[in-house]
Design a binder for this molecule. Structure first.
Ligand code: SF4
Ligand code: SF4
Length: 109
């Protein structure tokens, strides 16, 4: 009677090192919305490829502060912004500037 063939024994070896996720380098610049010029038109939100622009309530009495907005303004999440400049390019009110990430974050601190 013949025996069933056995599976070959695998040589014991250390598991291959799996590289971890690469840390993405942050952009040198980020978008800065000047709230007093923002109308809340949402054009920038439409163009942002990473969805880091958010509408927030504007000031209660915008005219007293020189704001254009009646209802809401837009703010940027600098942690997510990749500095692509699309929002600044297409804002019809030209109220977005691209600024140095270092300067923006230190100003916010
Ligand atoms: S496109 Fe300009 S004006 Fe319109 S919501 Fe964005 S920042 Fe405000
Ligand atoms: S620069 Fe690009 S990623 Fe940053 S807020 Fe504007 S559209 Fe979004």
């Amino acid at each position: 009677m013949s025996e069933a063939p056995q599976a070959p024994k695998l040589a014991a070896s250390a598991p291959a090192a799996v590289p971890g996720p690469k840390k993405k380098k942050k952009s040198a610049v980020v978008a800065l919305v000047h709230p007093e010029g923002c109308t809340g038109c949402e054009v920038c939100i439409e163009f942002c490829p990473v969805d880091c622009l958010y509408k927030v309530p504007g000031p209660e009495h915008p005219e007293e502060h020189g704001f254009l907005s009646l209802n809401s303004i837009v703010v940027v999440d600098e942690e997510i912004c990749i500095g692509c400049k699309l929002c600044a390019k297409y804002c019809p009110w030209e109220t977005i500037d691209m600024v140095s990430r270092v300067e923006e974050l230190s100003a916010a601190a």
